[in-house]
Design a protein. Structure first.
Length: 321
């Protein structure tokens, strides 16, 4: 099968390297058995760009007359996703044409922004890097964003979450285009837990404060300063010169969540940091983050993070509870 990897402007080198490594490994499995390699891999650049070499592959122009069975979009570098997207808009007509001709298209991490801009994700599920989810959802309101998902797929369109989630989507593609045995064999080579289905615990709550709404910013500041001492959201926003109804409306409009949800996420983020960096017991973490009921704390933590506080500490700190 003809497989194309897009060398988009601002593509992440590590992302391309991971794609090539896994695909070459699958091809090697077949060669070692004396069978035909399943993937004819091409690195593709836009017309007018110079060829570059990766892992022995010399990139070539994405010609209109060529038909690919599978197209992969690597992650972008840096935080300027809007700039990277603008720099790669020339890919969109080609992606649309290839998909219409029968190609499957898969994006990895923030590569989903280009796939979203193509319209191929409209009314389909999608995921991306957990910390880029809000920007993605705002740019592409027709996409069914599943921020916690590791991999999504529908109608020959695939996406994966951040970083190592790349490998989970690659294992899924090997299962589809080769077979389950090859996917499992590759998963063992790359030490991939194929059953991981959430990326929530990799996220960081880092809300935007440059939205230009001074009232909302004041409310954010009050929540961040006093999240662990106030009993209710009303206490925290009492000094903000706006009615509760008006503030809630404006708050959700610019942050995407209500003040109560914002308070909860702020507390959970503080708890995560204490679990990572301190030797506080789970009870102490609960109290320091503003909660006073252990059962409620554990329930909210698991709902937001995808695992219990104890599991989170063991995974990211290694300290004994």
């Amino acid at each position: 099968m003809q497989l194309g990897i897009l060398l988009t402007k601002d593509h992440r080198l590590l992302s391309v390297a991971a794609l090539l490594d896994v695909l070459e490994t699958a091809n090697r499995f077949y060669r070692n058995e004396g069978d035909k390699e399943p993937f004819a891999i091409s690195l593709l650049h836009q017309s007018g760009e110079e060829s570059v070499s990766y892992s022995g592959y010399l990139s070539k122009t994405a010609a209109k007359e060529e038909q690919y069975g599978l197209i992969l979009i690597p992650a972008f570098t840096g935080d300027n996703l809007s700039g990277s997207l603008k720099a790669n808009m020339a890919w969109i007509p080609w992606l649309q044409k290839e998909y219409k001709s029968g190609a499957a298209v898969a994006s990895f991490c923030t590569g989903a922004f280009l796939l979203g801009a193509s319209g191929l994700l409209d009314n389909k599920p999608a995921t991306t890097h957990i910390n880029a989810e809000k920007s993605f959802a705002k740019l592409f309101p027709l996409v069914q964003v599943q921020a916690e998902a590791v991999v999504t797929e529908k109608d020959r369109v695939f996406t994966s979450g951040g970083a190592t989630n790349t490998f989970h989507l690659l294992m899924r593609l090997l299962e589809i285009y080769c077979n389950r045995k090859v996917a499992v064999k590759a998963a063992k080579v790359f030490s991939i837990d194929m059953d991981r289905n959430r990326q929530t615990y990799f996220g960081t709550f880092a809300p935007a404060e440059d939205h230009g709404d001074d009232l909302v910013k004041k409310a954010q500041e009050e929540i961040q300063k006093n999240f662990n001492t106030a009993n209710t959201i009303e206490e925290l926003i009492a000094d903000v010169p706006a009615s509760r109804r008006n503030l809630v409306r404006r708050f959700k409009q610019v942050t995407g969540i209500t003040p109560i949800e914002y308070l909860q996420k702020t507390r959970i983020e503080a708890a995560k940091q204490m679990l990572e960096q301190s030797r506080y017991s789970i009870l102490e973490v609960m109290l320091e983050s503003g909660y006073n009921d252990l059962k409620t704390f554990r329930t909210l933590f698991k709902k937001n993070v995808g695992m219990t506080p104890k599991m989170y500490r063991e995974k990211f700190s290694g300290q004994l509870v």
